[in-house]
Design a protein around this ligand. Structure first.
Ligand SMILES: [Mg+2]
Ligand SMILES: [Zn+2]
Length: 426
């Protein structure tokens, strides 16, 4: 079940959603699935989950799911054989076909493969994509675009808009507008104006989103990725749970049912940066979105909720440095992420003050201060070096270990609730 699980899971999800249950590898006849909510924690391995649960001080919503499994995530890529990126892993989840790292729902021969979102549309269902990253980033892109390279986000934005997804919520306004409108498009196109002419309501604040009561909606709340949960301004930027709630409210009006993908996309970014607090609080924000989906499924028993990850990032361990302990209180003191908030404030002369104010760390040794100052002096050569080093100083005190600045090939969790929840796990 483990090595082929993501194929079987994706294939089963497609078949169950389009009403071809007879072809699914179900051990017993499952009730038909009307609605499918797929939640993906990007970079969320078991370590991120455990750390988040301990910091929260109680069970996660994910912990209560009746079906729990694991999935291996390796791509079909001879160069990077055992460790996937989000594009290949997302392609496997969206299409049931494993491909090479960087593939956006194309197979190893660069041919487009049908996605579960496209199958849902063919079955007359409403569709939605919600993320904390740019909406054109790999994980959402694999459901509503096909491209040989994940980095072609200008073209991916056009493809996603052409897919007529009913609800698109996330970041990445920059790839929708040209330079004249502070955007990144080099072809002069204004995709927001084009979306409006296709019938979309465009929103860019939480209040504007709250006012949407129907129809297709495009919500882009930042130029690039949305804020880490630690840094988010709750007055302006909706949380992942709030976006999920609105998406379900809008999509659930379709009598044929809906497919919704929700991504906690920056657990991955925080884990690349070894920012344990940012990773934990984004995992908790993702779990809140899982709670919203679960709440809907409890009231609508024809809804299947599946929660998983595309891969683990960072090799995060709960406990490290040879010690049999973990210090959640260190992470609870965090006032912002290193990447987006603390790094910009650190200078050679204020290392002790900024670390005390934003991380609660007040016991920096003279050597640690010197090394951080050195990293700050080298900022031109290594722009992330100082932030990463400072984040490691916190990890050391929290006893969070890291083994890589990239992804790892470790198996990831799978949780399922609802009709057919058991059917992929045989
Ligand atoms: Mg992602
Ligand atoms: Zn990553």
């Amino acid at each position: 079940m483990r090595s082929k699980f993501s194929f079987i899971l994706a294939l089963f999800l497609v078949l169950s959603l389009v009403g071809l249950g007879a072809g699914a590898p179900a051990a017993e006849a499952a009730k038909p699935v009307k609605n499918l909510i797929l939640l993906i924690g990007d970079g969320m391995g078991f370590g991120q989950l455990t750390a988040a649960r301990i910091v929260k001080g109680e069970s996660l919503y994910m912990d209560g799911f009746p079906v729990v499994g694991t999935a291996s995530t390796y791509p079909n890529d001879p160069q990077e054989k055992w460790v996937t990126d989000s594009a290949a892993a997302g392609t496997a989840l969206a299409t049931g076909v494993k491909s090479y790292n960087a593939a956006i729902s194309v197979d190893v021969n660069r041919k487009p493969v049908k996605t579960i979102l496209e199958a849902a549309q063919e079955a007359g269902k409403a569709t939605g994509l919600v993320t904390t990253t740019r909406i054109t980033h790999a994980t959402p892109a694999v459901f509503a675009a096909h491209h040989v390279n994940r980095d072609a986000e200008q073209e991916i934005a056009v493809d996603m808009l052409n897919h007529n997804v009913d609800v698109l919520l996330g970041g990445g306004k920059g790839y929708f507008v040209p330079a004249a409108q502070k955007g990144k498009r080099t072809d002069g196109r204004d995709l927001i104006a084009e979306a409006r002419s296709k019938g979309y309501t465009f929103v860019e604040t939480k209040d504007e989103l709250n006012k949407v009561t129907g129809g297709k909606v495009l919500g882009l709340f930042k130029s690039s990725h949305l804020s880490y949960e630690l840094d988010r301004d709750p007055a302006r930027e909706p949380s992942l749970a709030e976006m999920t709630r609105k998406a379900i409210e809008l999509l659930s009006r379709d009598p044929d049912g809906f497919f919704l993908m929700v991504e906690g996309g920056r657990i991955d970014h925080a884990s690349h940066a070894h920012d344990a607090a940012a990773a934990v609080y984004d995992t908790l924000a993702f779990d809140e979105a899982v709670g919203v989906a679960l709440d809907f499924a409890l009231r609508n028993p024809d809804t299947l909720v599946v929660v998983t990850a595309d891969h683990e990032t960072g090799g995060l361990s709960v406990g490290g440095y040879g010690q049999y302990n973990f210090k959640p209180e260190v992470l609870k003191a965090a006032k912002g992420s290193f990447e987006d908030v603390i790094a910009a404030k650190l200078t050679e002369s204020n290392v002790k003050e900024v670390m005390a104010q934003y991380t609660g760390v007040t016991d920096l040794s003279a050597e640690e201060v010197k090394a951080l100052q050195e990293a700050l002096r080298n900022k031109a050569k290594d722009p992330y070096g100082a932030a990463n080093f400072a984040a490691e100083l916190v990890s050391k005190r929290a006893l969070v270990g890291w083994t890589s600045s990239g992804h790892t090939g470790a198996d990831v969790p799978v949780f399922a609730f609802g009709p057919a929840a058991n059917s992929g796990v045989t």
